[in-house]
Design a protein. Sequence first.
Length: 397
Amino acid sequence: MSPPPTRQSAVLGNMRRGYKAKTSDVESADGGGVETGDSAADMVPLSSDASADPDPSPPATLQPPNAELAGYAAVFFLAMIVHEVALEAASTAFSHVDALTSAVTLFQFGFCFLLPVLVSGPGAVLETFPRKASDAVPYVKLSVVVFGATALATKSLNYVSYPTKVVFKSAKLIPTMVVARIVNPGSSKYGGLDYISAGLLCAGAAGYSFGSGPAGGGGGGGNTSAPGIALLTASVICDALVPNLQQKLMAPPMPQSPVSVSTGGGKEANSSGLSAAALMVNVNAVGFAGLLLYMVLSGSLVMSMQAALAGPALLLYLTLVGLGLSTAVLAYTRLIQGAGSVAAVAVATLRKVATVVLSYVIFPKALLRIHVISGLLVLGGVLLNTYSRQRQSAPRR
């Protein structure tokens, strides 16, 4: 009879399973567009119910103790705070570096690929890694959209304040609802509370864009922040497209008919039935390789290295950005497994509030009354959408 596992081994085992959260739980945590973090949501795969475990009665598992769940919540909270503060520090101190956006995204891709490989082991994570160029095509498409969601938001910091970025990224429910209505009109289910929350998010995002220049805006607003608002709008549109591309990759492959077998048809590359862990690793690996190649050919990599040599703090910021994001995603997926989506979204929402407050404290900027009101509108929209999703997912009696 083997001795009972120690608390340390149990925690390590749970962290190794962190990237294997049920995809249906991750989807409900996203709340139809309420993200885990400004970039973390782009890295956490979303899915439809079709990609959940096919077994309707999975074996019962022991729930982690409350202290362990509190630890995951604390790790996610602190890791995202480190990520956000480092990103704003890099954007403030090195705004003159043209390749900053590419460098930040490269580190995000790289760490979100390397960390699960180190934690879970290369054998388990790389099992479904694309072996041929044709197999990598779907991941290239998805990584381009993920790059747009993250890079455009980072680039917008040249024109808007960091809190404006956080507020706009929190409002991605609006384009998500629009895309879902267009792409999946039959499966998209939105009630009255969803539309009310979308209205609150829209009003809050619009109000927060007033006087949102990178140095605080001084109440000028208008033309100062217009390019940044355009970049953020494009970023949240990419956010809305990500789940639809993920669903195609995570959907179970269609059974082959005799006709398809005889004609050479088989499982399509865009319907491979991947797990959330495999999809995340594959997308970030392909994105990292593609972005690295682009930076080498364009000279951005040399430019970034020169900037890091001239200002060593840049390398520290980039490392904290990537390490903080990847650690937060790992803790968040485990938190969803153990505590459920409502608790996970509550922690994520609290983190956003802390991020905005710290941004004003560490990097002083003008705070207008309209910013306070708009921030409360966005917070209300996020909470209302979370409540709506919880009510929709509750079993009917």
